[in-house]
Design a protein around this ligand. Structure first.
Ligand code: FUL
Length: 466
């Protein structure tokens, strides 16, 4: 079904039958995305780049005692990273400016534990600068991850003193490199040199971002703008609401009853708009390890991740770690391009294109809409994708899709939709489809129904092989 026709027909159907007295959103205004959050969700894909001293020591978490002289990516080429990201269909690149080991990929004035103490470019290099330039040249947005846990900083665990240091580093990053679209925080919180745990001053940290980069979105378990999806497997919850109860995950790294569920599913009654981002690596580790060169996810496996993240109303943040040379590995680059080709093959072809809404009805209470769609010819498909017009909020809480086979047969049903909900269904041939959507919060705002052919089920193993 062509998106424009569907929106028009759906909207017409609703307008014609809207009943007086049906309040659009109950008694309070439902949370809606900011324009930046909406644009973020429509971009769908971001590329994560874990790169740093760990790349050279073959570790996942450095200790903070590493020698900066180990950092020497002889062939560093951020243009190659950007090209690979673009070729994969990614719109944003997010770099680990500093990971838990405290080594800075930019020459921070606040520490000597940085690229400035390395032999790379005779100590005059700046990976953040090179990536910012490459991203701009290729029309990509830039995101930065600044680990709050710093195993090198002597002040870590001291409270205010470390917060001063951390906020000053954040200022450097947010003032020196042009626009930053996403600032990525995790809640990692280890022990400082004297065994003390650092109390992060999150309100202050957020104020730095708001002041220096008012257009940037802040990611963490606890948002405030984008929330963690609750696991690092690329599998968002179902249902997955963009709305949350902010008290359910009060700060990044919070644990306890209900936190994972709150991250996975959001909350239909939530008072804050905070869509989920699924971070997952193309390899077993986040950083590059030569031993994992044979364990890069296949394109089909990446497509599977797309279905379980974007197809469940989440963003997909896929990590592709640069090698010791400072380039993305040829295998990873090839998989990204192949992923793009497969994704387009499946999703650029809407088999319902040219279809029209032949009948539409709205229930007496205005909460349920039913649309019957006639396709130009019977088609065979095994994926159904629904989109909700979320600019006004996410409100659909039940849907059902049926196809005509002498009578109406259920194909799929589910709860919430959001930006996008993709359901894998048994392959069927049909020329007529029917979708019913219900919302307790006012007229359901379906934006699109498209159908696609995936073919053979993608492999599910992390290496794409099993
Ligand atoms: C976590 C870190 O501990 C991992 O090393 C990785 O960076 C992941 C994306 O976030 O908090």
């Amino acid at each position: 079904m062509h998106r424009r026709e569907f929106v028009a027909a759906g909207a017409l159907g609703l307008a014609a039958t809207a009943r007086p007295g049906v309040r659009a959103f109950g008694s309070r205004r439902a949370p809606r995305p900011s324009p930046a959050q909406l644009a973020w969700q429509r971009r769908e894909l971001a590329l994560f780049l874990h790169f740093g001293i760990n790349t050279f020591t073959d570790r996942e978490w450095g200790t903070g005692t590493e020698d900066p002289r180990d950092f020497n990516p002889a062939a560093l080429d951020t243009r190659q990273w950007a090209r690979a990201a673009r070729a994969g269909g990614f719109r944003t690149v997010i770099l680990t400016a500093k990971h838990h080991d405290g080594f800075c990929l930019w020459p921070s004035r606040l520490t000597t534990h940085s690229v400035a103490s390395s032999p790379w470019r005779q100590g005059r290099g700046d990976v953040v600068r090179e990536l910012a330039d490459a991203a701009r040249a290729d029309g990509l947005l830039l995101g930065l991850y600044l680990s709050p846990w710093d195993r090198h900083a002597p002040s870590y665990g001291s409270g205010e003193r470390y917060n001063d240091f951390y906020c000053a580093q954040l200022e450097e990053l947010l003032t020196g490199y042009g626009p930053v679209a996403e600032v990525w925080f995790d809640g990692a919180n280890g022990e400082g040199p004297d065994g003390r745990r650092q109390q992060y001053d999150w309100p202050r940290i957020h104020r730095v971002v708001r002041r220096r980069q008012p257009a940037a979105l802040i990611f963490s378990d606890a948002g405030p703008d984008i929330r963690w999806a609750g696991n690092e497997r690329g599998v968002a919850g179902d249902p997955n609401w963009c709305t949350v109860d902010p008290a359910a995950v009060p700060y990044p790294g919070a644990s306890g009853d209900g936190v994972t569920d709150a991250l996975l599913h959001g909350d239909p009654e939530g008072t804050v708009w905070r869509p989920a981002e699924s971070d997952v690596s193309i390899r077993p580790g986040w950083f590059w390890h030569p031993a994992e060169d044979g364990q890069v996810r296949s394109a089909d496996n990446l497509l599977e991740l797309y279905l379980t993240s974007v197809g469940r109303n989440s963003g997909l943040l896929l990590n592709v770690p640069p090698t010791r040379e400072g380039r993305l590995h040829a295998t990873d680059v090839e998989r990204l391009a192949e992923f793009d080709r497969r994704r387009r093959e499946v999703f650029d072809v809407d088999l319902a294109r040219g279809g029209r809404v032949s009948r539409s009805s709205v229930s007496r209470d205005g909460r349920t809409i039913r649309l019957e769609c006639a396709l130009p010819r019977p088609v065979t498909f095994d994926l159904v994708s629904l989109e909700e017009a979320i600019a006004l909020g996410q409100s659909i809480e039940h849907y059902e899709i049926e196809f005509w086979d002498g009578d109406w047969q259920r194909l799929s049903r589910g709860t919430t939709i959001g930006h996008r909900k993709i359901d894998r269904v048994p392959a069927v041939s049909a020329g007529r489809l029917r979708v019913t959507a219900t919302s307790r919060r006012g007229a359901p705002r379906l934006a699109a129904l498209t159908v696609h052919r995936l073919g053979a089920a993608p492999a599910a193993g992390p290496d794409g092989g099993s």
